[in-house]
Design a protein around this ligand. Structure first.
Ligand code: ADP
Ligand code: MG
Length: 301
């Protein structure tokens, strides 16, 4: 097969592992920087160009779209879809998963366990909002943050009010969430491919830190999932419409709570923690699922 990997940097661990795994299985791979693509939106002959050259038609595309390039990256992916290239994850599903609030609304509609979460726009509503999520301590999150940046633990009600008002003053969209103290600064990353959780790891925050992101110094180890955690992760990925997803779960006293669903989950942490060849499993999934017209949305919606 001809496989395109959309990625800004060929030296990133995930990008180079996917390329290596695809080539090892006999596929031809091209890494394409979405920001270098320009497009012709033409009903009869949609095309993508890079530096004066038209890209050939690919059988499959693996989108690795960073949060900062979601808008343009998903537009390029839609163009691939219009050209009949099979996306590993569809553009609509990626767009959905990038908005944390929208994701939580979709997940709650399917009765998937979530931390109690509130959202407001006006400072006057902050006291009531805090009551809704059970008061302090609580977690305040920027809707479009990643890697733990923009996630704040407010230990007192006063601190929560000041942080929320400051964010609102900056016109930043935030949500306020119940703090799951019993998770103990740990979360579980479930790596979903298709209808299976193929790998899972526990990430533990540094002492004194509540954010377990590996980018924030968290450490990863192997974990055994409960059947409930496994089915929660699968249902969450399915609800978002993602074939490949990193579902992050907090272990609460009421069972697993989904914190977020990532559409471009990194391979480095999970492969190193578990020893599982995740890249190869992704390529095998593509081999099983690529049919010329299997993208339902064809890039619209
Ligand atoms: P990001 O997208 O920046 O990774 P997350 O929502 O995943 O943001 O939060 C970052 C980390 O903060 C999580 O991995 C988790 O360890 C911790 N965390 C987030 N929300 C909560 C919460 N409601 N209760 C306890 N810990 C939380
Ligand atoms: Mg996270």
């Amino acid at each position: 097969m001809q496989i395109a990997i959309m990625s800004r940097n060929r030296n990133l661990y995930s990008t180079s592992r996917l390329k290596e795994a695809a080539e090892a299985r006999g596929h031809e791979v091209k890494i394409i920087d979405p920001l270098k693509c320009y497009m012709n939106i033409n009903m009869n002959a949609p095309s993508i160009h890079v530096r004066g050259e038209e890209l050939p038609k690919f059988d499959a595309v693996i989108p690795r779209i960073g949060a900062s390039v979601t808008f343009y990256g998903t537009a390029v992916l839609r163009q691939f879809e219009m050209m009949g290239t099979h996306p590993l994850n569809e553009s609509v599903a990626i767009t959905r998963s990038r908005d944390k609030l929208r994701s939580l609304q979709l997940l709650s509609r399917k009765s998937i366990g979530l931390p109690v979460t509130g959202f407001a726009n006006q400072p006057a509503d902050v006291p009531d909002l805090l009551d809704m999520v059970g008061g302090a301590p609580c977690v305040i999150k920027l809707l479009e943050g990643t890697q733990g940046i923009g996630v704040v633990l407010a230990e007192t009600r006063k601190a929560a009010e000041s942080v929320i008002e400051a964010f609102m003053g900056l016109k930043a969209n935030i949500m306020v969430q119940e703090y799951i103290a019993e998770a103990g600064g740990a979360d579980i990353r479930c790596f979903v491919i298709g209808d299976r959780v193929i790998a899972a790891m526990k990430r533990q925050a540094l002492p004194g830190e509540f954010r377990s992101n590996l980018h924030r110094g968290g450490s990863a180890s192997i974990v055994k999932l409960t059947p409930e955690e496994r089915s929660t992760a699968l249902r969450a990925a399915k609800t978002m419409g993602l074939n490949v997803a990193g579902v992050d779960i907090l272990r609460s006293k009421h069972g697993p709570l989904v914190m977020e669903v990532n559409s471009s989950p990194g391979l480095e942490g999970i492969e190193k923690a578990t020893g599982i060849d995740v890249a190869e499993k992704i390529i095998q999934f593509i081999e099983k699922n690529v049919k010329p017209t299997s993208s339902k949305t064809k890039g619209v919606g």
